[in-house]
Design a protein around this ligand. Structure first.
Ligand SMILES: C[S@@+](CC[C@H](N)C(=O)[O-])C[C@H]1O[C@@H](n2cnc3c(N)ncnc32)[C@H](O)[C@@H]1O
Length: 313
């Protein structure tokens, strides 16, 4: 099987989430093609893995790749937030994980081989759904949202400064015929932005595509819900690691880790502590860990990756 995705920060993840010789359970909340899980299963013989992914096609690839580890691996097709709340919750008497890993966003598989319209370099249906059980895709959003909502979405999730111009161009275009393919959208964005912007470091449609993908899959809302659930689920002394790829994701992780590592949660104007709170997490990485120069050269996808790790108290 050809693997599309090179796992980011592989050594750093193994180092921070390392386990001893006793039995451990890793919850790989974003198993993808199974790269990180494979490395853990190979390095730590007493470790078992539960892997989740919203995309059933990529999960099939992980199943094939991880088959050699037999019943040390269990793979579940689900959004990570839904699962924390249901089957994986402690009330269900499931064994609780001692390690949890989130490697957020999408895989290189989605850009290169899924045919799902994630890449502005391909001519594919404008879909971008990770989970095909969901009904609304990227074409539905661009062809139906009011112009100001479309502009707000592109600005909020893409941090795109030309969001209004792009939304205007989309609305003019769809009044003639609906947008259907990724290359149609990429071409439209290219012509909607000022000429100097087209010569920038990234393709001018990069941010618009990111925004639509985040909106279609409700990525940020799910991270927020899933992190809280994951911290609850982790055994005391267990370790959670999260790899984010852009500041929108990382902000959520940073805030959640900071809040959970504070003892007192009283408002700052309160002269003395009334909540009697105790910290839930101890931060292992005070600053995010970035990929080495060598990894950045070998795997460009790692350039924006940042890992944060914490231990449950
Ligand atoms: C960056 S890839 C993971 C790569 C993997 N760690 C590896 O080394 O091969 C992220 C994966 O998470 C999945 N994903 C993203 N958001 C998800 C969510 N909310 N619930 C479940 N899976 C999600 C994507 O489908 C994708 O396969």
């Amino acid at each position: 099987m050809d693997i599309s995705h090179a796992s980011v920060l592989p050594e750093e993840v193994l180092h921070y989430l390392a386990v001893d010789d006793t039995e451990h359970l890793l919850l790989d909340a974003t198993v993808g093609e199974g790269g990180h899980s494979y490395a853990f299963l190979e390095r730590f013989p007493n470790l078992r893995v539960i892997g989740l992914d919203a995309d059933s096609r990529i999960l099939g690839r992980a199943r094939e790749r991880l088959a050699r580890f037999g019943d040390r691996v269990e793979l579940l097709h689900t959004w990570f937030d839904a699962h924390f709340e249901r089957e994986l919750s402690a009330e269900r008497d499931r064994e609780r994980p001692t390690r949890i890993l989130f490697d957020l966003g999408v895989s290189s598989f989605h850009f290169k081989a899924s045919g799902g319209g994630f890449s502005f370099r391909e001519d594919e249906p404008l879909d971008m759904r990770l989970n095909h059980d969901e009904s609304e895709d990227a074409a539905d959003l661009v062809n139906s949202l009011p112009q100001d909502e479309l502009a707000a979405l592109i600005y909020r999730y893409g941090e795109e400064r030309y969001s209004r111009r792009i939304a205007g161009a989309i609305v003019r275009r769809r009044s003639e015929s609906p947008l259907r393919s990724s290359s149609e959208l990429a071409d439209l964005v290219y012509h909607a932005v000022p000429a100097p912007y087209r010569r920038g470091r990234i393709h001018p449609a990069t941010r618009t595509f990111q925004a639509l993908r985040i909106a279609v899959n409700q990525e940020l809302e799910r991270i927020e819900r899933a992190l809280a659930g994951a911290i609850d689920l982790l055994v005391p002394g267990g370790v959670i690691g999260v790899i984010a790829f852009h500041s929108l994701e990382d902000r959520i992780v940073k805030r959640m880790f900071r809040e959970k590592s504070r003892a007192c949660t009283c408002p700052p104007e309160m002269p003395i502590c009334k909540c009697g709170g105790v910290p839930v997490l101890e931060l292992i990485t005070r600053k995010p860990v970035f990929a080495s120069e060598t990894e950045r050269e070998q795997n460009p996808a790692s350039r924006t990756a940042r890992l944060r790790v914490a231990r449950k108290c």
